[in-house]
Design a protein. Structure first.
Lengths: 629, 145
């Protein structure tokens, strides 16, 4: 069947069965392309290549310390960095904007709102009300949209209601409270254009401003608005990995971040007449196979979607391999992370590619208008297209399944609400465990996977193992979760890998030492957890024995997330520097001066053991400052 | 003779040398494209065991193993010291490729019928394009004994 390997050079993978599966594939994947891209341009790595004008590209060397225009390394680096953070922020703001519109339109149409408690919570937080749930939901959505569309000179009103008061005060003192979130992205783009801003510190402060709007709106609010529409997360055990792919069904792999966009289709797939259509062509029905963050979000809310969703397959760089099983009939994309590398695979295996949002239009995919008022008709068309793909390809395209991959007992459904409920509707048990030293501290290991930090998920998994062995409880959100769960670290059995104190707690409660909050959007949920714990203790966030790590950050969105972490005053560990090392000022501000600005700072280390020691030291220092032994 | 010397510590891995080499050897009437496999560089940058850049260029060796192993006379060491290749005389045995101690010589990727070999930019005044385009002076030309 599939006997001839594409090539014998693939990058490492923390998930060994996945690595072997990819190494044996007859097709090219991202894993195969790492070696040919091994030599990196140092100018790009250090952020000192500028091509903002026709004089460029200009590069900084000891003999040419300024570009033709006069920009030095500090200006070049921070300009490039601000551009990246602006783009990353724009991505998340796009997501929350669409989510708010979906909530408003759903409510106006008196559609399904599964999370009534979540709605009440938002109404309380925003101090809005309405005659019924629909009017309340419309008012909540409109409050969010009104903020997003404000000009840059007008502060967003919900920021103060969403932010922890000590943080809000600090941001006000620093002058980094954001204006309208879309306008702030616009300003970041303008500032970093040709011969405009050249002040490295001003541009780094703008990154913090974008971090706040990205975090509170793009992350936190997207979760909370989705909770209203899609139902709140409930803690449960679920299967993960390639085992979730059942070839007896018509399988749709979902990639993206905008869960509320696909729900109309998702709900339609389990209606009797649609199942009948599937049966008519020889399938048992339809299944969604989770991939990237939209899959993580579906898994998080899986308690509400048991019929259509069997589980999460894997994260960003797992997507090509999931398609290579041959059992996927269509890819439904609402956003990133949808690798261009899936295109030739889809072509070769006759997999239908459909995009629902033009921002994620793939070259050979069909872009289908899925806006709210036309999505019912569009759903029928998509179903017919996918059924046609199933009929054309099944039997023709060989299957290459990996049913033993992953596990059946990943603990999922964790959120600020479900975790607190699990603890008895109070954070006190967790606070007591931290105070007593059974849990040394908390580490949020978040972000993406990249293929150059030792390989796929390698640093994420190794660092997490080191942290839990030191009795540090790890919380994860993003593609990092996808890697950690497929490697078994989110299963209760993983307690064996934890230090003696954390192990005892995990075994007592039947939980793993790594808690799965789902998509990268849920970094916003982790912020709520941290804020509520800080509030219970009467301290500010930088005082908590809490560290943030994006060991394998990949993309511009991760940089905007990182800016949020710094605005929150958290120590932020990265495995690779974000193209800033060419600027002494950027390094000084991010790694040192930030401590006096927000309380946070960046630390960079690509070694799992060293990084864990550094992070443990920070936690121990914070414990000491709080008077904990 | 004039030879390209390398200070590897100065190399930033930008690959300007490779692109310059490709562009210096575009046949007349063809349009250069970075994604067309017919355009190949005669030099490359590899990473050593410490992940540091190691630029590799034809050394135009004093005792060239490629010339010694060439049975057709396609490879000759010129009086000025440079090793030049005549494609018309090549019998495609590729013993030069096998014998190059630096692994620099290679059959062409697109057809596999000739050897891709540095000519010291003979058609560009004998000033190597790679050297002219290195932004850090990691490679330079020097008159050596």
């Amino acid at each position: 069947m599939m006997t001839k390997r594409f090539s014998c050079s693939t990058c490492q993978s923390a998930d060994k069965p996945l690595g072997q599966f990819i190494a044996d594939l007859p097709i090219e994947t991202s894993f195969h392309r790492v070696e040919a891209q091994e030599v990196k341009c140092e100018f790009g790595l250090e952020g000192v290549c500028c091509r903002l004008c026709a004089n460029g590209p200009c590069r900084i060397t000891p003999d040419s310390p300024r570009g033709i225009c006069g920009a030095d390394a500090d200006t070049m680096v921070t300009r490039n960095f601000l551009r990246a953070v602006s783009a990353g922020s724009g991505c998340y703001i796009h997501i929350v904007e669409n989510t708010a519109w979906n909530l408003k339109n759903t409510a106006l149409a008196k559609g399904t709102l599964k999370g009534r408690n979540a709605l009440e919570r938002l109404c309380d937080m925003f101090e809005v009300t309405g005659a019924d749930v629909y009017e309340k939901a419309v008012n909540v959505a409109e409050a969010v949209l009104a903020d997003l569309y404000k000009p840059a000179f007008e502060r967003m009103e919900l920021t103060k209601k969403l932010a922890y008061a000590p943080r809000y005060r600090r941001w006000e003192e620093l002058g980094i409270l954001p204006g309208g979130a879309k306008s702030e992205v616009f300003s970041g783009t303008v500032k970093s254009s040709t011969n405009l801003n050249s002040d490295p510190v001003d541009m780094l402060l703008h990154c913090l401003r974008l971090g706040i709007s990205t975090g509170l709106y793009g992350l936190t609010l997207t979760n909370l608005l989705n909770d209203v529409m899609l139902g709140e997360p409930e803690i449960r055990l679920a299967p993960v990995g390639f085992r979730v792919i059942d070839p007896d069904y018509i399988n749709i792999m979902i990639t993206g971040h905008q869960h509320s966009m696909i729900t109309a289709l998702q709900d339609r797939l389990i209606e009797a007449d649609v199942i009948q259509k599937a049966k008519a062509v020889g399938a048992k029905g339809f299944k969604l196979v989770g991939c990237t963050c939209v899959g993580q979000d579906l898994q998080l809310r899986g308690a509400h979607y048991t019929e259509i969703f069997d589980g999460h397959g894997g994260n960003n760089f797992t997507s090509e391999a999931i398609l290579a099983t041959g059992a996927i009939d269509a890819v439904l994309t609402d956003f990133n992370c949808t690798l261009p590398g899936i295109e030739p695979i889809c072509d070769g295996l006759q997999i239908k590619q459909i995009c629902l949002d033009s921002v994620a239009k793939k070259a050979n995919a069909e872009l289908i208008d899925f806006s709210f008022d036309v999505r019912t008709a569009a759903t029928e068309r998509i179903l017919d297209d996918i059924i046609a793909a199933y009929v054309a390809r099944r039997g023709e395209v060989p299957l290459n399944l990996l049913p033993e991959h992953g596990n059946d007992n990943t603990l999922t459904g964790l959120s600020e609400g479900s975790l607190k409920a699990f603890l008895g509707d109070t954070w006190q048990p967790l606070i007591d465990l931290i105070a007593g030293g059974q849990i040394k501290g908390l580490a949020a290991v978040v972000g993406c996977s990249n293929l150059v930090s030792g390989g796929h998920d390698v640093l994420t998994v190794e660092l997490t193992k080191e942290l839990i062995a030191k009795d540090i409880l790890v919380l994860s959100a993003g593609c990092s979760s996808g890697g950690l769960e497929n490697c078994g670290l989110m299963s209760p059995d993983a307690a064996e890998l934890a230090g003696p104190k954390l192990k005892a707690i995990c075994q007592q409660l039947g939980i793993p030492p790594v808690l799965n909050f789902g998509p990268c959007l849920a970094i916003g949920r982790l912020e709520i957890v941290a804020t509520e714990i800080a509030a219970a203790l009467g301290v500010d966030l930088p005082q908590l024995p809490l560290v943030l790590s994006a060991p394998q950050w990949l993309e511009e969105q991760a940089l905007a997330d990182g800016a949020f972490g710094l605005a929150l005053g958290l120590p932020l560990h990265l495995g690779l520097p974000p193209f800033v090392t060419g600027s002494p000022i950027a390094v000084q501000v991010l790694c040192e001066d930030m401590k006096t600005l927000t309380g946070g700072h960046v630390l960079i280390n690509g070694d799992a053991i060293e990084s864990a020691i550094l992070l443990e030291d920070i936690i121990l220092q914070k414990r000491k400052a709080l008077g904990l032994s | 003779m004039r030879r390209i010397l390398i200070e590897a510590d100065k190399c930033k891995g930008c690959k300007n040398c490779s692109v310059a080499c490709m562009k210096a050897h575009v046949p007349e009437g063809t349009v250069f494209s970075l994604s067309d496999p017919q355009f190949e560089s005669r030099n490359t940058i590899l990473l050593d065991s410490e992940e540091k850049c190691r630029p590799l260029f034809c050394r135009h060796c004093d005792k060239p193993a490629c010339v010694n192993s060439c049975m057709s006379g396609a490879l000759v060491k010129n009086p000025d010291g440079h090793v030049l290749y005549d494609r018309d005389k090549c019998a495609q045995c590729f013993m030069c490729v096998m014998n190059c101690p630096f692994g620099v010589l290679k059959p062409d990727r697109a057809t596999g019928t000739y050897v891709v070999k540095c000519d010291f930019c003979a058609l560009h005044g004998g000033e190597p394009s790679c050297v002219k385009n290195c932004p850090t002076e990691a490679i330079y030309v020097k008159e050596v004994e």
